[in-house]
Design a binder for this molecule. Structure first.
Ligand code: SAM
Ligand code: SF4
Length: 334
């Protein structure tokens, strides 16, 4: 039987979310401000070979699942190489990627051939005006073209993520949910989280919508949903189906229904820090070990990762108004 690392709360931690960039080609209102952004200089980003070393080390200590995220991961010119290097490692159980889909028409096929198995696509509304207001810089047509490209490339099951934001898309959730009637997609609604302490964090508090309300809104229009029992104890979404629907509606509710007790995630930032918990600033540097030239980088990374697992905190403090100060969502990856 495989050995999986456990943290001090006896949680099995076997899922690494890898951020590859902090830049983005969108400016979602709750994630990135229009002004005052400073991005990591290129040399500070981990290279494709360094990601491979980290993933190998992670597999050697019992990690199995990997996801690539950002910023917008498809902005990395070497994204196909990163995917290829991680996906082909023996012991990696599939590789998924979170994206806003704008660049998928150009990249979906080659990412699939490189070993990518699934994508989560971020789309907050099917209404072009709402998309323009909420996600800024993008357009519904371009995101939809990316969704179609992912489907044509066989990156399934397709998961769509929408962050529900008062005064923007809170009533558009019904049309998004309706997509699951005809299509075998997962449409997931995410509650806003304030990260980084800036204007996006303030908006995330002011515009928060509970998934209790989102579910009620969907059921009022589309009928009652039945819950699908989860086969995966670390599943962050509670999943439901509309009657007769082919797809699934998921609710990710870190604020109204925290799932810290079953968290199985470790995160790696684009500048090479293990970020121990999304909603906490604690980090351990791994880039120094990768670049120091001292010792075997694989062994050094494995040691740091096990230390990161041991130090992983539990329980967030969003309701007391505490979250990260140092990092915003686009600098961690969600
Ligand atoms: N750019 C890609 C995307 O948007 O999918 C990947 C990175 S993005 C930071 C990852 C996820 O974080 C997206 O699904 C996005 O909706 C979510 N997100 C960003 N800011 C958020 C916030 N303040 N609260 C909740 N989710 C947020
Ligand atoms: Fe970019 Fe994703 Fe953040 Fe939107 S949520 S600004 S697409 S990183």
């Amino acid at each position: 039987m495989d050995i999986v690392p456990r943290d001090s709360f006896n949680r099995e931690i076997d899922y690494l979310r890898v951020s590859v960039i902090d830049r983005c080609n969108l400016r979602c209102v709750y994630c990135m401000p229009l002004d005052g952004l400073r991005f990591l200089p290129g040399p500070e980003l981990l290279t494709a070979a360094e990601y491979e070393t980290v993933a190998r080390a992670a597999i050697s200590v019992g990690f199995r699942k990997f996801r690539v995220t950002g910023g917008e991961p498809l902005l990395r010119r070497d994204i196909t190489e990163i995917v290829e290097r991680v996906a082909r490692l023996p012991g990696a159980e599939g590789l998924s990627l979170t994206t806003n889909a704008l660049m998928l028409p150009a990249l979906a096929g080659e990412l699939r051939r490189a070993g990518l198995t699934r994508v989560n696509i971020h789309i907050d509304s099917l209404n072009p005006e709402t998309v323009e207001r909420q996600m800024r810089w993008g357009s519904f047509e371009r995101i939809w073209a990316g969704i179609m490209a992912a489907e044509d490339a066989g990156l399934s099951p397709l998961k769509l993520n929408a962050v529900v934001t008062a005064g923007y898309n809170e009533s558009d959730v019904v049309d998004l949910a309706r997509l699951t009637i005809e299509r075998d997609w997962h449409v997931r609604f995410i509650e806003l989280m304030p990260l980084g302490g800036g204007e996006c964090a303030r908006l995330s508090i002011a515009r928060y919508v509970s998934n209790v309300e989102t579910r009620r809104r969907i059921e009022a229009e589309l009928g009652l949903m039945s819950e699908i029992p989860s086969e995966n104890p670390s599943e962050e979404a509670r999943n439901f189906k509309l009657r007769g629907a082919r797809g699934v509606i998921g609710f990710i509710s870190p604020v109204s229904e925290p799932y810290c007790g079953t968290c199985n995630r470790m995160r790696l930032t684009a500048d090479g820090k293990f970020h121990l918990c999304l909603l906490n600033d604690d980090e351990l540097d791994v880039r120094k070990a990768l670049r120091s030239g001292a010792g075997d980088p694989h062994e050094e990374v494995a040691k740091i990762l096990l230390k990161a697992v041991a130090l992983k905190p539990t329980g967030h403090h969003l309701l007391e108004g505490r979250s990260t100060r140092e990092r915003s969502m686009f600098q961690i990856g969600g």
